[in-house]
Design a protein around this ligand. Structure first.
Ligand code: NDP
Ligand code: A1CAB
Length: 268
């Protein structure tokens, strides 16, 4: 039996936990920790997993998953430093926090993997990137890959790319939800009942995402197929271009990557 400890089981921790259970992991092999006893009790009740303190959980686990906010990482690493086993792999999900940051606060030689997941993992459609730290073996990286593949796709990348990944796929679902909100609102402005507008937008998004994935066509080709000369789509797209929406996306995503780099100190 190998034990996985999820330290700081909030949104992302519970997402990973539920993915592990759906993929067939035994609830008895998963330990969660948290700061709020009511939250921990909820997780135990909902998923049948065990709860322990951070130090005990770290000591009991072969895979220790750090799921706290970047600003809480220093404190958590202080708590577990003397308890992580020499053969354990430590997996950090925190935006911006480097493997060097984690390694420097754990015993010399500890195997660390940095991961950037996203919330669609909750429906087994996650996209995660993983990067090895300086003491991480192939076996440990494969372990992290298996952990994340329980709830979606995983790519292996060099750590230098992880701030960009954070800005694209880590934060990405929020940009999509933002666009969805705007489209639903537009439907309401045009007089559609809110429920109808929501159904139209959600299915359109699902259909468009499925086309991208299944046809593997370039998005420009798919967009041109919708855009009749002199028609409705080009009238709308011209407005988006006039309002510099494409440029705004690039600037916004650059800001997310910059913020990820800033979070690297763990205190920003
Ligand atoms: N949400 C997302 O879409 C994504 C998040 N991430 C990363 O995942 C990490 C977690 O994010 P998210 O799940 O959204 O955040 P949450 O705030 O939902 O979860 C973090 C949890 O950790 C708890 N916590 C804080 N300090 C400790 C501690 N010392 N011991 C035990 N528990 C502690 C918090 O408790 P309390 O409630 O008391 O603060 C909270 O319940 C972040 O580092 C984030 O960058 C990565 C990819 C996507
Ligand atoms: O907003 C954040 O900082 C985290 C990291 C990626 C998604 N959510």
């Amino acid at each position: 039996m190998t034990v996985t400890a999820i330290l700081g089981a909030g949104v992302m921790g519970e997402t990973l936990l539920s993915g592990l259970l759906r993929s067939g992991r035994d609830a008895g092999d998963i330990v969660v920790t948290g700061r709020n006893p009511q939250r921990v009790a909820e997780l135990v009740e909902r998923h049948g997993v065990r709860s322990l303190g951070n130090a005990e959980a770290a000591a009991a686990a072969q895979t220790v998953v750090l799921c706290v906010k970047p600003q809480d990482m220093e404190g958590l690493l202080d708590e577990v430093r003397d308890h992580v086993g020499p053969d354990a792999v430590v997996v950090s999900l925190a935006a911006g926090i480097t493997t060097a940051f984690v390694e420097s606060r754990l015993p010399e030689g500890t195997s660390v993997v940095r991961v950037m997941p996203n919330t669609p993992a909750l429906v087994d459609q996650g996209m995660a990137a993983i990067a090895p730290g300086s003491h991480c073996t192939d076996d440990h990286l494969a372990e992290a890959e298996q952990l994340l593949s329980s709830c979606g796709r995983v790519v292996r990348l060099a750590e230098k790319h992880l701030d960009a990944v954070t800005a694209i796929s880590g934060s990405g679902p929020a940009y999509v939800f933002y666009v969805v909100e705007a489209m639903i609102e537009a439907g309401v402005v045009l007089g559609l009942p809110r429920a109808t507008s929501t159904e139209l937008v959600v299915q359109t998004l699902y259909g468009a995402a499925t086309m991208l994935k299944e046809t593997r066509e370039h998005p420009t080709v798919l967009r041109e197929q919708v855009s009749s000369p002199g028609g409705t789509t080009v009238a709308a797209l011209r407005q988006l271009d006039d309002h510099k929406v494409r440029a705004a996306f690039v600037t916004a995503i650059e800001a997310a990557a910059a913020r990820s780099r800033q979070l690297a100190s763990g205190t920003a």
